[in-house]
Structure formats: C-alpha cells, structure tokens
Design a binder for this molecule. Structure first.
Ligand code: GDD
Ligand code: MN
Length: 370
C-alpha cells in the first residue's frame, strides 16, 4: 500500500512555472496517491487561474490567502489543509527538481521522520551561485546552528525542499516568520530521525525571486524568536547568571585567602610573587568548579547524562575550555589595548565578552552536547 502524499507549494506570481512544474511532478510520482496544494498569496499575474485550470484535470488546487504574505506561513496554511500522511514541501519555480521527490518520500517510508533535500551533503550543490551568495548562505546556517541546537541535526537547515510525516507537525505550534519553514519544523516539530538527500539547487529560469534584504532581517528575527520559544534564550540567560556568580566566588575567595588565610596579596611582592598567585589560582579554579556544578544541574540540567563518568568527563572539558577562555580574554584584551590603542578598561571588557561567548558556545557544543 502506498501512502497518501500531499505536496505543498507556496506561490507568489509564478504563472509561467505552474504547468511545467505540475508535469514534472506527475512524471516523478505517478506511483503514489497524491494531491498538490498550492498556497498562493493573491498573485496578480494569473497564477491562481492557471492552478485552477490545471485542477480540472489533476488533483491540484489553490488555497488563496488575501490578508497575509510570507513563504513560511503559507506552508503552515498548506499543512493545515493537507490530507496526506506524508507531506512534501517545495518551491514552485523549478529550483527544486521534482525528480528528487521519490527519494525524499522513500527516506520517510524507510523510517526517517523528516527527509531534507540538501545542498550541503556530498552530491548536493547550487548551480552557479556567486561566492558572496554562498558565503551568506553558509553564514545564515552557522547562525542557526549556534543558537538552535535542533538545527545542528542537518547540514542544510535552510532548505525549503523536504518531506515529513504528518505526525511531526500535527501537534506543533508553528508560527514562523519569513522564509525558513524547515527551521520552524526542526525546532518546534516532534521527530526522532532526520535524513538528508543530496540535490542540486537549480537556476531560476522563469519569473523572479522574492528574496530581498528584508527577508534577511526577518530571518534574524525568526532565529531570535525560535530561541525564545524553544528555551534556548532562557538557557543563555542562566549561563549569564552562573557566570556572574562565578565572578563573586573568584573575587570573594581571593579576598578571604589574602585577608584572613595568610596568603599575601599579589601586589605585595616583598614575600615573592608566588603566595598571591597561588591564592588567585585557587580562587579561579574554585569558581570554575562552582560554575560547572551550577551549569550542570541548572543551565544544562536536561543534558546531564552519563552518571559519574559523564559528570567527570564534562568537568574536565569545561575546565579546559574555560582555561582557554581565560587565554582568549588575555589575548583579546592585549590586542585592543596594545595593538589598537583602546582604553584598557574597555579592552578588558571586550576580552571578557569574547571569553564569555567562547565559553558559552564551546561548552554548549562540546561539554553538554546534545
Ligand atoms: N505564498 C507565498 N507567499 N509564496 C511565496 C512568497 C510569499 O510571500 N514569497 C515567495 N514565495 C514562493 C515563490 O513563489 C516560490 O515558489 C518559493 O516561495 C520560493 O521563493 P523564491 O523567491 O524563489 O525564493 P529563493 O529561490 O530565493 O529561496 C529559496 O531558496 C532557499 C535556499 O536558499 C526558498 O525555497 C527557500 O525555501 C530555500 O531554502
Ligand atoms: Mn527560487
């Protein structure tokens, strides 16, 4: 028994692409029961009429939105109206080759919850993209990976071409802004297994891209919003709180050791430089350990796995990363103060911020990896 497929295709002024697209899709998926849902945002070039005309001969229909615009939210509208058990999302402009659809569907039939057509796995790519556009694309992916751990499950979380089980999005609250519907699905959907299928992103031959600078800005807003909704922003805030507590421990212990426990202050060189620096080292190491414990049971309590062995392994990693963070702080502060002539207090502050991000990102990735 083949499963029922729903193809969801957002359109805005794609009149000339509709019939070649439908023809190529029919060729690719003739073995399946399917429906094609175009979600159109009130195109003015005859796209809707074209779709309705195709609907006379094929299971093709247009859902028209008149009071909303946006690729990603159009796809959500399609999800709400789809009847298939497997949903396929793709562009209308033939940049997503329909011949790949069977591979995506098969990946889902073989157990994947989501199958992504990917430009960034071996065999995938972009036809004739400029170096700059590639760089922007890579930068956008990197940002998503940094702030949204779920996006790290795929090499190409920006792809707009994918198949998924209906159950992935059935209970998900999808409220995307902008272009990147897959990102919303990866962060808010319910799934275990994700597969990637390589494909070549084709050149657009007919009609025009709707991507503009405003979309790039919307993308940043989308990431920030997803970070907030998925709890990653709260995690970042917790890491900040723990960091602040570490400063208190570091500073307080140094004060106790040098004022009440017989260690000499580092400024007092009459008794050698060793005593004060031992006190400082003890304070720093203690703060690293208290920070570790708080982060382990508070900031990353959901990733606190592996029993005692896991705990010790993470402690060592955290320690190493924080020590390197300290060196980064020193290097950055010197870079600004000595090489660029910036005020020393400002330079140290920049060093602290750099070390902070280093500590957060590296520990998020490596120490409490997901
Ligand atoms: N309903 C609706 N509303 N559809 C839209 C809108 C909109 O506001 N804006 C664009 N679309 C449709 C287009 O008609 C086309 O079918 C598809 O969405 C992609 O739009 P393009 O403007 O061609 O986008 P692109 O080629 O720059 O971007 C694509 O490439 C990315 C990979 O870099 C998109 O497919 C992304 O999803 C993909 O990830
Ligand atoms: Mn396109």
């Amino acid at each position: 028994m083949t499963k029922n497929l729903s193809l969801i295709i957002p359109t805005y002024n794609e009149c000339d692409n509709i019939s070649p697209l439908v023809e190529q899709i029919l060729e690719a998926i003739s073995n399946y029961n399917y429906e094609i849902l175009f979600v159109d945002d009130a195109s003015t070039d005859g796209t809707i009429e074209k779709i309705e005309q195709m609907g006379k001969d094929y299971p093709v229909r247009a859902i028209v939105r008149r009071d909303e615009r946006g690729l990603a939210s159009a796809v959500v509208k399609g999800f709400e109206n789809a009847t298939g058990e497997i949903l396929v999302v793709m562009d209308a402009d033939l940049q997503h080759p329909p011949a790949i659809i069977p591979q995506l569907v098969q990946a889902v039939e073989q157990g994947a919850d989501i199958a992504v057509a990917s430009r960034y796995v071996p065999g995938g790519g972009c036809a004739e993209w400029s170096g700059l556009r590639k760089l922007i694309s890579r930068g956008a992916i990197f940002l998503a990976w940094l702030f949204l751990p779920q996006a790290r499950k795929v090499k190409d979380p920006m792809s707009g071409f994918f198949a998924l089980k209906q159950s992935v999005i059935e209970k998900a609250r999808l409220e995307p802004i902008g272009y990147k519907i897959l990102l919303e699905v990866l962060v808010m959907g319910r799934y275990r297994q994700v597969a990637e299928v390589p494909f070549q992103f084709q050149l657009r031959e007919l009609g025009h891209s709707k991507l503009n600078l405003n979309q790039q800005y919307e993308y940043l807003r989308h990431i920030a919003r997803l970070a907030g909704r998925s709890g990653e922003a709260v995690r970042f805030f917790k890491f900040c709180l723990v960091g602040a507590s570490g400063v208190l421990v570091n500073y307080g212990l140094y004060w106790l050791l040098t004022r009440f426990a017989g260690f000499a202050p580092i400024s007092d060189t009459s008794s050698g430089i060793l005593s004060g620096n031992i006190a400082l080292t003890i304070s720093i190491e203690t703060a690293i350990i208290t920070n570790f414990i708080l982060n382990n049971f508070f900031t990353f309590s959901d990733r606190n796995t592996g029993g005692v062995g896991g705990f010790v392994k993470r402690l060592l990693r955290f320690n190493l990363i924080c020590v390197i963070g300290g060196l980064i702080q020193i290097a950055v502060a010197n870079l600004f103060a000595v090489l660029l002539g910036v005020n020393d207090l400002v330079s140290v502050l920049i060093g602290i911020v750099a070390a902070f991000f280093w500590n957060y990102l590296l520990n998020n990735y490596l120490t409490w990896s997901k």
